[in-house]
Design a protein. Sequence first.
Length: 347
Amino acid sequence: MTASPRPRQEVTLAHIAKLAGVSAPTVSKVINGHPGVASGTRRRIEDLVKEHGWRRRPDTTESSAVVEVVFESLDSLWALELIRGMDEVAQAYGIVVGLTDMRGRRSPHPGWIDRVLALRPVGVIAVSADIGERQRARLASRSISLIALDPRGEPDHGVPSVGATNWNGGLCATRHLLELGHRRIAMVNGPGTLMCCRARLDGYRAAMDAAGVPVDPALVRTGPLYVDGGRTQGRALLELPEPPTAVFAANDLQALGVYQAAHRAGLRVPEDLSVVGFDDLPLALWADPPMTTVCQPLRKMGTAAAEMVMTLASGGVLAEDRVELATRLEVRSSTAAPARPHQPGHH
């Protein structure tokens, strides 16, 4: 008995992409007639599609044209930048981004999984959100892939993830302040339950240690990753008998709060207090003065997570399960050398 020929619809979009030496979204653009692909590449993909007989699966009931994104909190420009990156990929595939806002909860409410299973999305992206073991198992039982984006903790070994080089970002931010001559450098951090915040703090400590500058425990503060968190902790730092000359904040919103605390204390940024943020949101440019900050490639992170979902949905294999995109320091006008010389004993 001879084996039956391979059914045409088993040729995946990822398979065509591999043969063409391009990404799956590029193949999707060609198939869906979208612009933005070089004519030579387009012809090569069209030839491969014809040769291998790829066609869209007719059983559209299998999954709806949605990628489901679960946010712990959908209340900042940070989330918007991630969504923009995901939407770029979704549009290339002709699908839409569905959003769930957990309003600060760490994991989705129990009814969420039933709604998602009924929707049958091509995949789920969890942004700083914990998807429990039982919920993960139910997604897997329907072949709905799960990607962790900026994971809260170390993701389960079976869950691919996308993040940024948070430790290196913290190191670069602090090293910049040390190179300017600061020694009383404070850090306003976010919750220690967040892996990204722990990594940024470790980077700060590593830079201080490498420079031989002891970290004064009074200069390390924790607060919510919002303007009021930075304002409250910034005020407490500036009220110390020996206040810092520079503050590294775990995100731009906290850094903006530190600006406000400095202003209310009659201090100027950067003449009296240097401030460094993290994220490089549009508000960092709008701040007065424009903010020195660690650029986190949020849009690229969103794009990478969505591309991973689509690769898995089309039957492909991920090149790597753990993607960490590089951060870089953007030096603007909120940092300068300290105004007054340091007393002996403070290095």
